[in-house]
Design a protein around this ligand. Sequence first.
Ligand SMILES: Cc1cc2nc3c(=O)[nH]c(=O)nc-3n(C[C@H](O)[C@H](O)[C@H](O)COP(=O)(O)O)c2cc1C
Length: 198
Amino acid sequence: MTTEAIPDSALDQLFRTARSFNGWLDQDVSDADIHRIYELLKMGPTAANMQPSRFVWCRSPEAKARLAAHASQGNQSKILTAPVCVVIGMDQDFHEELPWLFPHTDAKSWYAGDAEGRTRHALRNSSLQGAYLMLAARAIGLDCGPMSGFDEEGVTQEFFADQAKVKANFICSIGYGDKDSIFARSPRPEFDTFNTIL
Ligand SMILES: Cc1cc2nc3c(=O)[nH]c(=O)nc-3n(C[C@H](O)[C@H](O)[C@H](O)COP(=O)(O)O)c2cc1C
């Protein structure tokens, strides 16, 4: 296992020059790309290895249209023109999977009687997995356009109707970003603004 810092060029690609895209070049994202993103993101840490995210990769025109129908006006084209737009759902009954995902202890019992706590844990850890997804996509040379401007209940019903405890968290278009579609970079706070070292 390496503990060396990754090259500056990789840090640029993941963070410093990476942007959130609103438009896309006409270049496909393959099944292999989607699998590559998942194989990386699943290695990111989640509490008790709960892996609460349930991903629906909308790549066909039909699937993108179903998703866009629940999006805000401004987000619809960002879904329809993207090579793929992924729904990051979260399973609030993630504890059912813990016997195999966290097999060395009875972690299912930690969450079984706590539906309210499971909602928080699912949101926290699925949001983390969504972040891992974006970094994984950037790491393999793709761009992202995350969005929360959509009807959560509508997307939940559209894609997770058969899974009672799965809810939509956020969505993210993935592809090769059109540089003409980005806004000027918004300010990022200096360290002292939002940090304290005690
Ligand atoms: C969870 C999340 C939700 C977002 N929702 C929307 C959205 O609904 N529509 C949109 O155009 N951009 C959306 N954005 C994009 C943000 O505005 C963008 O990531 C942020 O301004 C930083 O832009 P930059 O990465 O280009 O610096 C969202 C981003 C995140 C992470």
